[in-house]
Write a protein that binds this ligand. Structure first.
Ligand SMILES: [Mn+2]
Length: 401
């Protein structure tokens, strides 16, 4: 029997029709969501204290791509995989990686330079007082643009570990000027190719006194100085406690400068936990801003929906499937918000009424809708359960050891 004939789906449809929701339109929008998983989320990872090895964890880029393909196979909405230049393609042979990904039904998503591991980056990369470090970083980023082009990737994601550890260590303004100069040179190389440069901000870590791109405002200013193809990348784990993330999302979308997300979740700092695992209501409120903006024809919502997380002890592929499912669930709930009712309540200054509309959508069990959606997309109704029963993990554990 098809899930679309189930009583639970019929009851949900009736309820949503009553709210004026077009359920077919909701499904179309859910089908159109494209998520990107990170290559680095499939290999062994850890904290600064220890790396606990997982049986069957991917050991190279081919295995990472194989694992990413599993996430897409079971969810149907994660066809992109992000590449970390030095970790994944140290020899620069991106064409082979691209072809292998395509043979498994994936495409290369964002290209991520690595300007934080080499010893020369001790005092930073593009903002470093060391000219040699700045030049090395710039050379590498320019190479990444070439690789991205070869890979068919449209996005260069820049995260710089630049910052200082002690007051007085370096001059804030001089660092800012060096950074601006470097970013402009990157932008000049990338914009004519039609690519987008994303600038990711982070409050602290690895630097502990100051970070050169510490928040969205600094990233936004740097983007404005480069040009319209430079946009802000928001990693959900890169804010201070209590920061209203959905407000930043809304503000940046309205300014046309929200370029992408790095989805994950945090309890304390940049914890890289499963998206939606700690604060699912926040994730819903973020998607609520996206869904609302998508319905405003005056706004462009060309946003890259990327995941940036690494499960240190949770099984990695299951973690990624869980995240994809949590993102899809949050989006589905955001799409069934009664927008007209919400606007009416806001205009009537009815605080309780407005909040109830959001909570009603958030508390709606959308699983009957997602089962029908997945059936229509030809993927299992419960991707996680299906993956567990597929025997994939058992096979790679025996093959990879
Ligand atoms: Mn990130």
């Amino acid at each position: 029997m098809s899930f679309s004939n189930s009583d639970e789906y019929k009851i949900l449809c009736e309820k949503l029709s009553g709210r004026g929701i077009d359920i077919e339109a909701v499904k179309e929008r859910l089908k159109a969501q494209v998520l990107e998983t990170p290559s680095w989320g499939y290999g062994d990872s850890g904290t600064r204290f220890a790396v606990f090895h997982q049986p069957g964890a991917a050991r190279n880029i081919r295995e990472k791509i194989e694992d990413a393909a599993q996430v897409h196979k079971f969810t149907g909405i994660a066809p992109l995989v992000a590449i970390h230049a030095l970790w994944d393609v140290p020899d620069g042979r991106i064409k082979e990686v691209k072809e292998y990904a395509e043979s498994l039904g994936l495409r290369i998503g964002s290209m991520n330079p690595n300007v934080f591991e080499d010893q020369i980056y001790r005092f930073g990369s593009l903002a470093s007082p060391d000219r040699g470090a700045r030049e090395k970083a710039l050379d590498h980023i320019l190479q990444c643009i070439e690789m991205a082009e070869e890979a068919g990737s449209r996005i260069l994601s820049l995260w710089l570990a630049d910052g200082t550890n002690y007051p007085g260590q370096d001059d804030f303004r001089r660092r800012k000027h060096r950074l601006e100069e470097g970013l402009k040179r990157v932008y000049e190389a990338l914009a004519p190719k039609g690519m987008t440069m994303l600038i990711e901000y982070k409050l602290f870590e690895p630097a502990f006194y100051h970070t050169d791109v510490a928040d969205w405002g600094m990233a936004y200013v740097l983007c404005m100085k480069c040009g319209e193809r430079a946009k802000v990348l928001m990693d959900l784990g890169h804010h201070a406690h209590g920061v209203n993330i959905e407000h930043i999302v809304s503000f940046l979308i309205d300014e046309g400068r929200l370029g992408g997300f790095h989805f994950n979740n945090k309890k304390y700092a940049d914890d890289d936990l499963t998206a939606g695992s700690i604060n699912p209501y926040e994730l819903f409120l973020i998607y609520n801003e996206i869904a609302s903006a998508q319905e405003d024809p005056s706004l462009s919502t060309d946003i890259a929906f990327m995941i940036d997380q690494a499960a240190n002890i949770k099984p990695k592929i299951e973690d990624m499937i869980q995240t994809v499912m949590n993102l899809q669930t949050a989006y589905a709930k955001a799409l069934i918000v009664d927008r007209k009712g919400l606007r009416d309540a806001q205009e009537a200054m009815d605080i309780v009424g407005a909040e109830r509309i959001l909570v009603e959508a958030y508390q709606t069990d959308v699983s009957p809708l997602l089962k029908v959606l997945r059936e229509e997309m030809g993927v299992p109704p419960d991707p996680l359960d299906a993956f567990r029963r597929s025997g994939y993990m058992e096979r790679v554990i025996s093959e990879r050891g």
